[in-house]
Ligand binder design. Structure first.
Ligand code: NDP
Ligand code: 8X3
Length: 251
């Protein structure tokens, strides 16, 4: 079995690669940070004795995505599970003060990147007659919160795409699942606040957030249901988070 995980150099993607490897999957890991990909590949191979392929590309670049997927050879072409995880939030602010470069990074990564990957991998799944696409959305794709505008819009787009893909893939025995986490402590917040580590810690003060492993377990659980069962959609939050705007914090 093969799992292809985008954005596996950190956070949810890395934890997911580890869990699938632990369960005997051979793994394709992708990301822009080549050194990290190589380190993670070496660790997965030595710990879990599985095959690992690294593909180093930027999901925003369709040509790079196409080339990477075309480079798959032999058994690597039969991807059983695609986890569309690569994504990010950049900045937090009102529309009228919006930074266009931040908007473009989010739209190009979270929407267009997911589309490029799916456009090039889904025909392979169709040719093999099976597969499972698991899209990582967000609670921000179900609701909006102040200053979240464009990030929320990109994740609402992922929500719509998951629903649409589920229809498109139906005749081909390809499942589509959407997993929508609330607060997970990863590098996400450091990226959102552009390397400001102090500010990045603030959302997690006084709460116990989800861990990347919590999401990895959820992804693996969805992927390991029997063939006749598809988990369409999951929202998962820390126990202290009711929705995108309501979190109970200890003083
Ligand atoms: P991290 O920042 O820890 O990991 C993000 C991963 O995405 C990295 O491996 C990064 O790799 C990859 N990535 C980002 N941009 C690109 C790009 N242009 N090309 C290729 N890979 C890219 O964040 P998380 O693990 O938290 O985020 C994973 C997903 O989960 C995202 O889609 C995020 O929106 C979503 N999510 C996160 C939540 C949270 O609270 N943390 C909650 C809800 C959803 P590299 O930098 O090496 O390219
Ligand atoms: C990440 C969670 O609450 O910052 O998607 O939108 S949140």
């Amino acid at each position: 079995m093969i799992a292809f995980i985008t954005g596996a150099t950190a956070g949810i993607g890395k934890a997911t690669a580890e869990l699938f490897a632990k369960n005997g999957y051979n793994i394709v890991i992708t990301g822009r940070r080549k050194e990290r990909l190589n380190e993670i590949a070496a660790q997965l191979k030595s710990t879990f004795k599985v095959d690992v392929l690294t593909l180093n590309f930027d999901v925003r670049n369709n040509k790079e995505v196409e080339k990477a997927i075309q480079s798959l050879s032999g058994d690597w072409k039969k991807v059983d599970v695609l986890v569309n995880n690569a994504g990010l939030a950049v900045g937090l602010g009102t529309i009228q003060d919006g930074v266009l470069d931040d908007w473009e990074r989010m739209i190009d990564t979270n929407i267009k990147g997911l589309l490029y990957i799916t456009r090039h991998l889904s025909p392979l799944m169709i040719s093999y007659g099976s597969g499972h696409i698991i899209n990582i959305g967000s609670i921000a794709g179900k609701e909006v919160y102040a200053n979240g505008n464009v990030y929320c819009a990109t994740k609402h787009a992922v929500d719509a795409l998951s629903k649409s893909m589920r229809i498109d893939m139906l005749p081909y025995n390809i499942k589509v699942t959407s997993i929508n986490p609330g607060m997970v402590e990863t590098e996400f917040s450091v990226v959102r606040f552009k390397g400001d580590e102090e500010r990045a810690k603030k959302p997690y003060i006084g709460i116990k957030p989800l861990t990347p492993e919590d999401i990895a377990e959820t992804i693996y659980w969805c992927a390991s249901r029997p063939p006749h069962v598809n988990i369409n959609d999951i929202i998962i939050t820390p126990s202290v988070q009711a929705n995108a705007t309501t979190t109970f914090r200890k003083e």
